[in-house]
Design a protein around this ligand. Structure first.
Ligand code: FAD
Ligand code: NAD
Length: 510
């Protein structure tokens, strides 16, 4: 809700400007861009009216600050005076006022829990709630943590540890059989171990200051049929440990994923390669002491500091190429993450990303997303509708379809772009179509040159009925669609008109 970064192009939630579509429709006045806000926060002006003092705020007091020119909001236990920010909020003043004088945590989580409001609003911090809102925090005793779960939620996991002369194994018992290697994210920083396991829509956190030193490299194993995760650490010294270590913040907590923040780790830029005139393939390397795999169809957030403020934008990892990357299953452990990213010269984030030198770092979040691979089970015809960089989630879906879906008869990519020069990996797509007869691609241009003799136009009933032909009359079909929000919205509407059901469609959005 607060300060929502752009989701689409034309960026309806752009941190910078007016949105034309989607949720955020409020034109920002001249001089009220994100950069203007950053400048104001750095000007030394007293934005809280408290001259830098931090106070404890009672619920009664919070309620009294409920007017536009005196508006306090509590997010995750901290109270902010958002009045100075009103005119800069891309979602508009009314959206902020929905939480005026109240706890806005749920509203905030609902829209974009990943927005880095701590950094954006740090000069607006009034203080802490005297009575905390009902979000589980810190090291709660187990009984209290489980009490916060909805009755229908998964049952609470547990952990144990054991050692040999040279290793320490932390065993997490998830009590779920749907666990895989991409359900676990482990970061080891010095002696601090943080392991987050995603179980349905909940997150189980192990967060420990280890009692002894371990080596940087560790391994993660998942025993799917019993829902057990093993993190195997290598001791630096072969001595017997009396205890695993000290619990750190939120250790052993099990809470809905939407109530957790995103965790970030710094990744090094390894290479940057031109793909089209404005799109580049970035390769980032995860730290050796991180285990992180992005599930197919999910995205991460990249975070950079832009003139002192932390800016966060979502990006979807891809394989290194359509051809070589397709030899290995996407889920094999990989230290490298690739992104196809379009650089907008007047964008807020991408020019900054483009300025990074090889060896520089960018922070990468834990993954997010609601795409479920199980939807592809027994699918025979898969249609991928992509526009511009909306192609990115299709890459790994396509990889998976061609390598792991025995039922598959046909995959068709219908790829919308403005001009021929904008088509990402055109040559690779054509080679792949030549190599694998199940795959076929169609390019549709909205602003072609006079020489273009292929299809042209925008997403339309005529184009869709022409291209969405089943291989057999009753083929089990699935469609994925991704691109600028108006494209995705219009595409989904047209697919419904063509009698495809919601169960057969996945629209990629934030
Ligand atoms: P912004 O500051 O957001 O501006 C973008 C451009 O939009 C500007 O340069 C401007 O020309 C134009 N613009 C914005 N608003 C208007 C307006 N009102 N009128 C006219 N023009 C306007 N992108 C990728 O390249 N690769 C990915 O893999 C990828 N994955 C994504 C995954 C998800 C889940 C989502 C939601 C988005 C993804 N994006 C991806 C888009 C990405 O998050 C950013 O939105 C994009 O990189 C632009 O960021 P920016 O800060 O540089 O530009
Ligand atoms: P673009 O401006 O180059 O447009 C590509 C094509 O999209 C156009 O040729 C046209 O066919 C179609 N299009 C554009 N505007 C349209 C409209 N108003 N109505 C119907 N069709 C329209 O695209 P781009 O700059 O590459 O932007 C790609 C978009 O995809 C971005 O908004 C990005 O946020 C989004 N994206 C989303 C995800 C995700 O949600 N998972 C992932 C990647 C990219």
């Amino acid at each position: 809700m607060l300060n929502v970064p752009s989701q689409a192009f034309p960026a309806p939630g752009s941190q910078q400007r007016v949105a034309s579509q989607g949720r955020s429709k409020v034109p920002l006045k001249q001089g009220r861009s994100l950069m203007d806000w950053i400048r104001l926060t750095k000007s030394g002006k007293d934005l809280t009216g408290l001259k830098g003092r931090l106070i404890e705020v009672t619920e009664e007091e919070l309620k009294t600050h409920n007017k536009k020119d005196d508006c306090w909001i509590c997010i995750r236990g901290l109270v902010y005076n958002v009045s100075p920010y009103m005119e800069y909020h891309p979602g508009g003043e009314d959206e902020l006022m929905r939480a005026a004088g109240a706890d806005g945590t749920d509203l905030f989580n609902e829209v974009h829990r990943w927005v880095n409001y701590e950094s954006m609003l740090k000069e607006c911090l009034v203080g802490r709630m005297a009575v905390k809102p009902a979000v589980p925090k810190g090291m709660l005793p187990k009984s209290q943590v489980t009490d916060t779960l909805p009755r229908e939620g998964p049952s609470s996991p547990s952990y144990d540890w054991f050692q040999t002369e040279s290793s320490v194994t932390i065993a997490i018992y998830t009590k779920q059989k749907t666990i895989s290697l991409d359900s676990v994210i482990v970061d080891l920083q010095g002696d601090s171990l943080r392991a987050e396991t995603f179980i349905k829509d909940h997150s189980y956190l192990i967060h420990i200051g280890l009692s002894h030193e371990v080596q940087e490299n560790f391994s993660v194993r998942v025993i799917e049929n019993v829902g057990k995760v093993d993190i195997v650490l290598q001791k630096r010294e072969n001595i017997s440990w009396k205890c695993l270590g000290e619990p750190l913040e939120k250790h052993d907590s099990f809470i809905p994923k939407k109530d957790t923040g995103l965790s970030y780790r710094r990744c090094q830029l390894i290479s940057k390669e031109d793909v089209t005139h404005d799109t580049r393939l970035f390769c980032l390397m995860l730290p050796p002491s991180t285990h992180l795999q992005v599930p197919i169809g999910h995205h991460v957030y990249l975070k950079l500091s832009v003139t002192g403020a932390e800016i966060v934008k979502p990006y979807t990892p891809v394989s290194a190429s359509l051809l070589s990357g397709f030899r290995e299953p996407v889920s094999s452990p990989n230290k490298y993450i690739y992104f196809l990213i379009k650089i907008y010269p007047d964008g807020l984030f991408t020019p900054e990303l483009d300025r990074l030198q090889i060896g520089d770092c960018v922070s990468v979040s834990s993954p997010e997303g609601d795409f479920k691979l199980s939807k592809l089970q027994e699918v025979e015809d898969l249609f991928l509708l992509a526009a511009g960089t909306g192609f990115t989630p299709m890459v790994n879906v396509l990889n998976y379809a061609l390598t792991c879906m025995p039922s598959l008869r046909k995959v068709k990519l219908i790829f919308f772009n403005k001009t021929e020069d904008d088509i990402i990996w055109r040559c690779q797509l054509e080679k792949l179509a030549f190599k694998d007869k199940r795959f076929d691609t169609e390019f549709i241009l909205s602003a072609p040159s006079p020489e273009w003799n292929g299809k042209q136009g925008h997403v339309s009933p005529a184009l869709l009925s022409e291209f969405l032909q089943r291989s057999l009359e009753n083929s089990r079909v699935f469609l994925c669609i991704c691109g600028p929000t108006p494209f995705t919205d219009e595409g989904i509407r047209l697919l419904h008109d063509l009698n495809f059901s919601n169960d057969e469609i996945h629209g990629f959005t934030a």
